[in-house]
Design a protein around this ligand. Structure first.
Ligand SMILES: [Zn+2]
Length: 119
């Protein structure tokens, strides 16, 4: 888990977590678990079974192996998501992506920077 990214989400963009929780779910409880993890340095082992369910289901996808959005639109079959890298945002880059609100891996980021420079 990327604790820095989780902290950023909890403090600045908790909607990202809420959006992951289905309507019948309890997004307040999920946010509570996220805050708990920020407070205990990401100690998942300290969570109760129920809390861990919230973490695994709604929080973990935001802070671990987060897919790159890609910079090209997906093809018709939806096979390629437009990412030129390996499709996953590197853990080191994750917090920066949330700060910039651009979910791109390093390869896509640098290509986009080159394309922007060409304009
Ligand atoms: Zn990418």
């Amino acid at each position: 888990m990327n604790l820095a990214a989780l902290r950023h989400i909890v403090e600045n963009n908790p909607e990202l977590i809420e959006e992951n929780v289905p309507e019948r779910g309890n997004s307040a409880a999920t946010i509570g678990v996220a805050k708990l993890l920020v407070g205990n340095n990401g100690n998942v082992a300290a969570l109760s079974e129920n809390q861990r369910y919230h973490y695994e289901t709604y929080i973990r996808p935001l802070v671990e192996s987060v897919p790159c959005d890609g910079i090209f639109s997906a093809d018709a079959e939806g096979e390629h998501d437009g990412c030129i890298g390996n499709g996953i945002i590197d853990d080191d880059d994750l917090e920066g992506c949330y700060i910039l609100d651009e979910m791109l891996c390093q390869e896509c980021q640098s290509l986009q920077a080159r394309m922007d420079a060409d304009d």
